[in-house]
Design a protein around this ligand. Structure first.
Ligand code: F6P
Length: 365
């Protein structure tokens, strides 16, 4: 068996652990693994790489990387081969379908399977590539956002939550010293998992998530109420995809061939709360810090489990699935069921209920 793997979309702590797990599990079976640089760019622009864009991954190549953040293969969120950005004759950006080149490369190298490590966007692309080229695709669910359907958890999420929690703990003390409202914006795209989990863990007073559009009047009331009870500071965690009731998500911009970039809501919320309450407010954006650093022990274990499960799936002859954590098992779910689907925070689950019982304000009451 000759496996080719890649890492696509935004990076997440644990990518290297998955790569190592796929390689070691494959070597055990006498199989070979190859890695494509930067998503599919290694195939589409081989001249950009001294090694030709595809690298053999053996035991030596993956030694000592389980705890290392990022990805030894590199990643990109501009490299969708089905919609590849190019400059046209008039110097304007447009996109073309380059999946035929992937098909040719897979056949030339004799690859039997593609292990695609990615989030919803990358797995949707991999699913389509599987259909067009006929290669068997095994998806591995990656994203700090934890917004993939059919899996309890994506790797990278726990590390992001742990780091955000530590930051929020630190911001508590400075917020209290200065009697300020501290608004902390975290990533998560259209789901509020990171904001919710880090907010609860760090005992934030207000958590604003995309699943619950907010009314700033409720948030301002909460800030004023806290002053009334002698707590002169308020910690507000806001997910980048949170939006006001009847309003829109805050977008930074969009480039050709890329998903829209979210951001800016934290600053808007901080400015509005200062105006509404008269309390000094500051905004901190954690942004890409959430994607950096060493994976937590939980993320390392999850990543290693996913990598080994991907190889077992191939051994069992399973086709076009994503490995998914459905405790106590790692199961296989059809890749087509994951593509273009997202997992929002369930509003009827115990997590939101717990937060409300603890007095957390979601900006809706
Ligand atoms: O999907 C992961 C993620 O980090 C999101 O939380 C965020 O919106 C996005 O990627 C940012 O991507 P980038 O800045 O790398 O384009």
């Amino acid at each position: 068996m000759k496996i080719v793997l890649n890492t696509g979309g935004g990076d997440a702590p644990g990518l290297n652990a998955v790569i190592r797990s796929v390689v070691l599990s494959s070597e055990k079976r006498g199989w070979e693994v190859f890695g494509i640089h930067e998503g599919y760019r290694g195939i589409l622009e081989p001249e950009a790489y001294p090694d030709g864009g595809i690298v053999r991954l053996d035991r030596q190549a993956v030694r000592g990387i389980t705890h290392v953040g990022g990805t030894i293969l590199g990643s990109t969120n501009r490299g969708n081969p089905l919609s590849y950005p190019i400059l046209d004759d008039k110097g304007e950006w447009t996109t073309i379908d380059r999946s035929g080149e992937l098909d040719a490369a897979f056949k030339e190298h004799g690859f039997d399977a593609l292990v695609a490590i990615g989030g919803d966007g990358s797995l949707s692309i991999a699913n389509e590539i599987g259909k067009r080229t006929g290669i068997n695709v095994i998806g591995v669910p990656k994203t700090i956002d934890n917004d993939l359907k059919h899996t309890i958890s994506t790797f990278g999420f726990d590390t992001a939550v742990s780091f955000a929690t530590e930051c929020l703990d630190r911001l508590h003390t400075t917020a209290e010293s200065h009697s300020r409202i501290m608004v902390v914006e975290v990533m998560g795209r259209y789901a509020g998992w990171i904001a919710l989990f880090s907010g609860i863990a760090s005992t934030a007073d207000v958590i604003l998530i995309p699943e619950i559009p907010y009314d700033l009047k409720c948030v301002a009331d909460k800030c004023n109420w806290r002053v009334g009870i002698g707590a002169k500071f308020t910690i507000v965690v806001v997910a980048e995809g949170a939006k006001p009731q009847g309003g829109e998500i805050s977008i930074v911009g969009k480039s050709v061939g890329q998903a829209e970039r979210l951001g800016g809501v934290g600053q808007k919320v901080a400015a509005a709360l200062e105006a509404m309450t008269g309390q000094e407010s500051r905004c901190v954006v954690l942004g890409h810090l959430l994607r950096g650093g060493s994976p937590t022990a939980q993320d390392r274990i999850l990543s290693l489990r996913y990598g080994a499960a991907a190889v077992r799936a191939l051994e069992e002859g399973v086709e076009n699935v994503m490995v998914a954590l459905q405790p106590p098992f790692v199961k296989y779910v059809p890749l087509s069921a994951v593509a273009d689907a997202m997992k929002p925070v369930p509003l009827d689950g115990d997590i939101i209920a717990t937060a409300r019982d603890l007095g957390v304000c979601f900006g809706d009451d």
